[in-house]
Design a protein around this ligand. Structure first.
Ligand code: PLP
Length: 391
């Protein structure tokens, strides 16, 4: 995608300013329903619920602007917006499977994606095989007669393993299997899975797309035909929509998407370099790390790399990991990522946690996930240096 295209999408696409007093910022159309002059017009309106105002669960003009921008950014024909990334993932996945079908999912996807497949869809007769996605042959071997969906997440958000998106999508196409990829880590700016053959792309828009840690949202992109079908079924039935006000916040956040991505990526690189050379660091998990065995693949399919990575600390004691995290004062101890603020999420919080059923404990206790926000990278390095001295 050309730079100009991105700035046009972020600044102008989908905005019909003459419809609302030529206001530069779009209005929040905070209305649940829309009225008509005549029965005839109402009847016509009902037929266009997918793309014109009738009832806000279906279409809302503020949300509609967002749909156009998201679809254009992902190079897809259309997009739907949901009240969370998990809602978008569930709608996409459920639209592709029925009782008796089989799903192949890459190992270690987002934790609630695992739960959707293993705890919920299994109740409805859909079986899932998890595979190590680093080798194409693992997908080939897992394919069965009844495989309908391959779910990818490249890279994932703790240890950042990749899949060869183009190769897996080609394989799926040959076997008539649908592909969905969670592209949250890269945002639409750093990786374009539709152009590599993916059928659908999902994002937790809570992360980079919104970018200000004030909205929980999700998006789903695909062909108009597919998106239309999901609209008329999963979206309208489950109703997991985004409110007009949250859509407005997301539009506001997206004005600076390109700036934020560039900053997070460039600061991330500086801080990864500092940590890779630090004696207390055993290993840095980061797609663009030269030590990453999938470095070539990362370079091939990602045009840049976001500012999130994990470090394995060289220590024998969990208390020392805690000491490091408690003393990195410029980093908030919090989940999520993709906002303006730098964050730390230590894997040791997952140990003995009521919220996790043990399946998440594939992560070593001395692994710490770090997200680099928009602060001065030199200040962040200084802060990490001080905290690291305590390990
Ligand atoms: C956060 C996240 C999700 C879930 O999105 P929500 O907006 O929190 O529902 C899905 N995938 C990835 C990679 C995530 O980081």
């Amino acid at each position: 995608m050309k730079e100009n295209d991105i700035s046009f999408i972020l600044n102008h696409l989908g905005e019909e300013r003459s419809n609302y007093f030529n206001s530069v910022a779009p209005p929040v159309i905070q209305s649940s329903n829309f009225c008509f002059e005549t029965v005839d017009e109402m009847r016509a309106g009902l037929k266009k619920e997918f793309e014109a105002p009738f009832y806000t669960r279906g279409f809302n003009p503020t949300v509609g602007i967002l749909r156009k921008k998201i679809a254009a950014l992902e190079n897809s024909e259309d997009a739907l917006v949901f009240g969370s990334g998990s809602a978008a993932i569930a709608a996409g996945v459920i639209s592709t499977v029925a009782k008796g079908d089989h799903v192949i999912c890459v190992n270690k996807p987002y934790s609630w994606t695992t739960k959707l497949l293993n705890n919920i869809l299994s109740k409805f007769g859909v079986e899932t095989t998890m595979v190590n996605g680093e080798k194409l042959s693992n997908f080939e071997e897992a394919i069965k007669e009844n495989t309908r969906l391959i779910f990818l997440e490249s890279p994932n958000s703790w240890t950042f393993e990749l899949q060869d998106i183009e190769a897996v999508c080609n394989l799926a196409k040959k076997k008539n299997i649908t592909t969905i990829i969670d592209n949250s880590y890269s945002s639409p700016l750093f990786q374009q899975p539709i152009s590599m053959g993916a059928d659908m792309v999902v994002h937790s828009a809570t992360k980079y797309l919104s970018g200000h840690s004030d909205v929980v949202a999700g998006v789903l992109c695909g062909t108009r035909e597919r998106i239309n079908k999901i609209f008329a079924s999963e979206l309208m039935t489950f109703g997991g929509i985004l409110s007009p006000h949250d859509a407005w916040l997301m539009l506001k956040g997206m004005r600076t998407l390109q700036l934020r991505m560039e900053r997070s990526a460039s600061s991330g690189k500086k801080i990864v370099e500092f940590l890779q050379n630090h004696p207390k660091v055993e290993k840095v998990y980061y797609p663009f790390s030269k030590e990453n065995l999938q470095y070539e693949l990362a370079r091939k399919q990602m045009c840049d790399c976001g500012g999130m990575f994990s470090v394995l600390l060289k220590t024998e004691k969990m208390e020392q990991v805690e000491l490091f995290c408690n003393n990195a004062k410029r980093f908030l101890l919090a989940c999520s990522w993709g906002g303006y603020e730098s964050l730390i999420f230590p894997a040791c919080t997952l140990y003995n946690s009521q919220n996790y059923d043990g399946s998440s404990n594939y992560l070593p206790w001395n692994l710490v996930r770090i997200y680099i926000g928009l602060e001065d990278p030199e200040v962040l390095i200084e802060d990490l240096e001080k905290a690291m001295a305590l390990v």
